[in-house]
Design a protein around this ligand. Structure first.
Ligand SMILES: Nc1nc2c(c(=O)[nH]1)N(C=O)[C@@H](CNc1ccc(C(=O)N[C@@H](CCC(=O)O)C(=O)O)cc1)CN2
Ligand SMILES: Nc1ncnc2c1ncn2[C@@H]1O[C@H](COP(=O)(O)OP(=O)(O)OP(=O)(O)O)[C@@H](O)[C@H]1O
Length: 207
């Protein structure tokens, strides 16, 4: 096992060991902190224009033991923001998939739930997705980005599932996009093993 794989395995085991009630409580704290920081950011002069408009937030549909960002998503819908969630997609069956974001209405999380929300790692064909009406969003549209992670350190370096999806996604965002990682304290390590392509996050909210 490489150092990255080793770190992933041990941190995922720690994350999975968090009892459900604690995970729920910590997730709520992380979402509240995230919203409070967005409110401060919106109140600052530079972003007063942003506060007046309908914001676009790119996040993720939580799976397994990840931080449950649903409270943040529900608050976003409540505020009339547009929510975008990822899907792995490819042009042909033998092509490699890339992470794209689709606009997700609140009812897509419940009654009208698309299959890709339950199978985050499964690659879907663009042809099928387009036929179903899904249109990928331009990353430059996003005002806020919520970044999942497996491990992080005090230098704000992150380690994901190993697909390089977020390593490719982060450079596509606007410079003024509010980007933040979310994690449980159990995911903190002394030092995340890094490679030259790894980018630190501007901030990580943890509990
Ligand atoms: N919620 C969520 N959606 C996401 C990502 C993510 O990290 N989190 N992705 C980020 O790139 C992309 C999908 N990539 C993925 C890569 C690997 C695994 C994976 O290894 N899953 C394991 C479960 C691991 C665990 O238990 O925590 C599995 O399915 O067995 C899942 C998604 C896009 N959507
Ligand atoms: N900007 C990039 N452009 C092209 N390939 C990249 C880029 N960033 C990472 N990769 C490739 O993706 C693979 C996985 O990288 P890494 O192990 O750092 O992923 P990760 O950070 O754990 O995953 P993720 O970014 O999806 O959360 C590596 O083989 C790496 O070479």
């Amino acid at each position: 096992m490489t150092l990255k794989q080793d770190t992933r395995a041990s941190v995922l085991a720690r994350r999975k060991a968090i009892p459900d009630a604690e995970r729920k409580e910590k997730s709520l704290l992380i979402c509240e902190r995230f919203l409070a920081e967005i409110d401060l950011w919106l109140a600052s002069c530079e972003h007063s224009e942003a506060s007046a408009k309908q914001l676009r937030i790119a996040a993720y549909e939580p799976m397994s033991s990840e931080v449950d960002v649903h409270p943040l998503l529900f608050a976003a819908y409540e505020r009339g923001w547009e929510v975008f969630l990822p899907c792995m997609a490819k042009d042909t069956s033998d092509a490699s998939a890339r992470m794209v974001f689709f606009p997700i209405e609140q009812n897509h999380l419940t009654e009208q739930r698309p299959a890709f929300l339950d199978h985050p790692a499964r690659p879907y064909l663009f042809g099928d997705l387009h036929a179903q009406g899904w249109r990928e969003a331009d990353e430059q549209l996003f005002d806020i980005a919520v970044i999942p992670l497996v491990a992080f350190d005090s230098g704000l370096m992150r380690l994901g599932y190993g697909g390089g999806n977020y390593d490719r996604f982060l450079p596509k965002l606007r410079d003024d996009c509010f980007v933040a990682g979310v994690a449980f304290e159990e995911q903190r390590v002394d030092r995340v093993p890094t490679e030259p392509h790894d980018l630190p996050l501007p901030r990580i909210f943890s509990a």
